[in-house]
Design a protein around this ligand. Structure first.
Ligand code: SF4
Length: 482
């Protein structure tokens, strides 16, 4: 039977056999409905068209306004692997001529996750799930024990090299040129995009993704996760740059972590870095995926996720020039120019500011999904809702996501040259992240009360003499660009 592949199901592991016929659909309505980053639209269309070219006569490639129109035009029964969003799942389930298969592209199955989580009501924590996944799939295990004796390996106190080779940039071809022309035409017709056009920076084919993975394993894995402070002039640090390839289905997670483990076993990469990579891929990534489906529609809509206001225009449209706060301006500029930043900037700067200001988490999920080349609803909901819930409910994660300017100063070089002072919480030089942090804690103190990890911060809050003025200052700053 012909297999319909969505744009995040493009690797060979979404097909059975070397001869299976394929349906690929480009729906213009997807881009008409919401304003995506221009580089994300390019990557998606480029990947679909490259896959169609690779498959040749096996692929039926339809360019239509909607998926429904394409299915009607084809007219026969197709099968599809479980899509990655609720909207798409509901759509395919409602089609008479579509058979839905189990999901692929993740390590743990829905059933395995449900069996694990059912036994831990209210405490389905990431750390526990990660251990479960390591044991179940025999990754970095020595017998029944984790390699090195610890589930989370310690980093040796060695600084990373000052210069790491960046991930190899793909070389654009005629397909990319055609995509660029089409997107220019769509823009002229009135379809809106955010961000700037630019060279394609992420793999659109399996070969490009494998090449980047190999480059990462050799050059960057040995330093992965080490000394990853945010540097204004280094967008990649030691990150893999593989998230788009995993999320588009060009790479398979379990083979990738097995190869990383081989690098450790062969003595080419330290356990600390390999373990961190494994944790990101079979721990955090799979955990977010399963949480999205396990908790289903109630997850983003719960009482703890309600915000005070929607995202302001300057943030939503990536208007970095209107922002004086150096860290926030740099973060927005990075998203505007590349559609990507590494996770520290996403959490400590972008997400943190949104949480402090009380912007609606559902809006934030939508924004991250549209503005980031690797953004998908399933990945963003867990991250953003985790941030919005801060530390008040720890079913999702034990990390806290609201941090002050002092934290950003300790973990980045952004504050040097900023017009604000990260130590000041009140006055003309007050850092909006520092004032915003204390105002946020004040606003949410009742919810946070009783959480052991917040005890110290709440004690500090109670001792701030000028708290009333800080709260008034941040209220008047409001949602204006800081
Ligand atoms: Fe960001 Fe505050 Fe540092 Fe400026 S001083 S870069 S606003 S944290």
């Amino acid at each position: 039977m012909r297999r319909w592949l969505f744009a995040d199901q493009l690797g060979p592991h979404f097909l059975d056999g070397a001869h299976q016929p394929v349906l690929l659909i480009e729906s213009k309505a997807v881009f008409r409905r919401r304003a995506f980053h221009r580089q994300k639209a390019h990557l998606v269309l480029s990947a679909i068209r490259h896959r169609a070219a690779e498959l040749g006569d096996r692929a039926l490639h339809l360019k239509t306004e909607t998926y429904r129109e394409a299915l009607r035009r084809y007219g026969e029964v197709v099968e599809v692997c479980h899509p990655t969003s609720r909207r798409a799942r509901d759509f395919v389930r409602a089609q008479e001529k579509v058979t839905v298969l189990p999901p692929r592209g993740f390590v743990t199955s829905h059933e395995d996750f449900a069996a694990w989580a059912d036994g831990r009501r209210g405490a389905a924590r990431l750390d526990d799930f990660y251990r479960h996944a390591r044991q179940a799939h025999r990754v970095l295990m020595d017998g029944d024990e984790p390699a090195g004796g610890r589930w989370q390996a310690r980093f040796a106190d060695v600084p990373r090299p000052t210069e790491l080779p960046p991930p190899p940039a793909p070389v654009e071809d005629d397909i990319d040129a055609e995509v660029r022309d089409d997107l220019d035409r769509w823009a002229a017709e009135g379809i809106e995009f955010i961000g700037r056009d630019g060279p394609r920076r992420f793999p659109a084919t399996r070969d490009e993704a494998l090449y980047r993975q190999q480059h990462f394993l050799i050059h960057r894995l040995p330093h992965f996760g080490r000394a990853d402070d945010m540097l204004a002039d280094d967008p990649w640090l030691s990150h893999s740059g593989l998230s788009t390839s995993f999320n588009m289905g060009l790479l398979e997670p379990l083979p990738a972590v097995r190869q990383a483990e081989e690098e450790f076993r062969a003595g080419h990469a330290p356990l600390s870095s390999v373990e961190r990579f494994v944790r990101q891929v079979i721990g955090w990534r799979d955990y977010l995926w399963h949480l999205y489906w396990y908790l289903d529609a109630g997850y983003p809509a719960g009482a703890h996720t309600r915000g005070r206001s929607s995202i302001p225009d300057w943030f939503a449209t990536l208007d970095a020039e209107s922002v004086h706060a150096r860290c926030l301006s740099a973060a927005l500029a990075a998203v505007r120019d590349r559609g990507w930043t590494h996770h520290a900037v996403r959490q400590a700067v972008l997400g943190n500011y949104a949480v402090q200001r009380g912007w609606r988490p559902t809006d934030l999920v939508d924004w991250f999904e549209r503005a980031f080349v690797d953004g998908h609803e399933w990945a963003m909901i867990g991250n953003v809702v985790g941030m919005a819930r801060h530390a008040e409910l720890s079913a999702v994660t034990t990390d806290a996501y609201a941090v002050s300017g002092g934290h950003i100063n300790r973990t980045s070089d952004f504050c040097t040259g900023c017009r604000y002072d990260p130590k000041q919480r009140l006055g003309a030089d007050a850092c909006p992240f520092t004032g915003g942090y204390w105002a946020y804690l004040h606003r949410t103190r009742e919810r946070l009360h009783g959480n052991v990890r917040m005890t110290r911060a709440l004690k500090q809050l109670a001792q701030i003499p000028d708290l009333r003025e800080i709260v008034a200052q941040e209220r008047s700053r409001g949602d204006d660009a800081p």
